[in-house]
Design a binder for this molecule. Structure first.
Ligand code: 5GP
Length: 177
């Protein structure tokens, strides 16, 4: 097992991200009732989401979206919304919080889905980004780390639902039987 990002690296990056996001929220808040909505994309972003929002000082509301991706091959890649958000985001500042952006197809689908609800501002925050694997153009406004095109697990990210519960991220190496 090769550790890619330690707990300390992750936590200090999250503090930096939270500070930049707070600065943005302060600049863009219209009035006391203008409360931004932070959406966690389940399940991979659970730890990142909770650590990030604990470090955000502005008043916020949270909600959750669950998606699933099926890929026979890249051309039949299909993203489905399994659980919708419950909050009305019309005219709100909305942050989508993702664990990782790889091909970008999941994020593209989520952006299209949420844009229909007419948020005032839609921002993307992802802990990890694999730019070399991108198939569609998506803009990640706040990103933690650019990583190589390896399959990573830990800190919320799984392999067949395993390995989510570590405070660090490591490169998953397939064992040969
Ligand atoms: P996309 O290819 O649509 O950008 O990413 C789809 C989803 O694939 C991500 O939200 C994430 O759940 C999963 N994924 C992509 N790369 C990795 C990886 O390296 N490790 C793990 N565990 N999941 C990944």
């Amino acid at each position: 097992m090769k550790i890619l990002l330690t707990e300390n690296q992750i936590q200090s990056k999250i503090k930096e991200l939270a500070k930049s996001i707070d600065d943005f929220l302060i600049k863009n808040k219209r009035n006391e009732n203008d409360i931004p909505v932070f959406i966690s994309v389940l399940t991979g972003s659970i730890f990142f989401f909770s650590d990030l929002i604990k470090n955000i000082k502005s008043e916020i509301i949270v909600d959750y979206l669950k998606v699933s991706s099926y890929s026979g091959d890249t051309t039949t890649y299909n993203v489905k919304i399994l659980k919708d958000i419950e909050i009305d985001i019309k005219d709100k500042i909305v942050f989508i919080v993702e664990d990782i952006v790889d091909t970008g197809l999941t994020l593209k689908k989520i952006i299209e889905f949420l844009k229909d609800r007419e948020p005032r501002i839609l921002k993307i925050c992802s802990l990890l980004d694999k730019p070399s694997k991108r198939l569609v153009k998506v803009k990640v406004d706040y990103k933690g780390f650019e990583i190589p095109p390896e399959f990573v697990v830990g800190y919320g990210l799984d392999y067949n639902e395993l390995y989510r519960n570590t405070p660090y991220i490591f490169i998953y190496e397939q064992q040969n039987e």
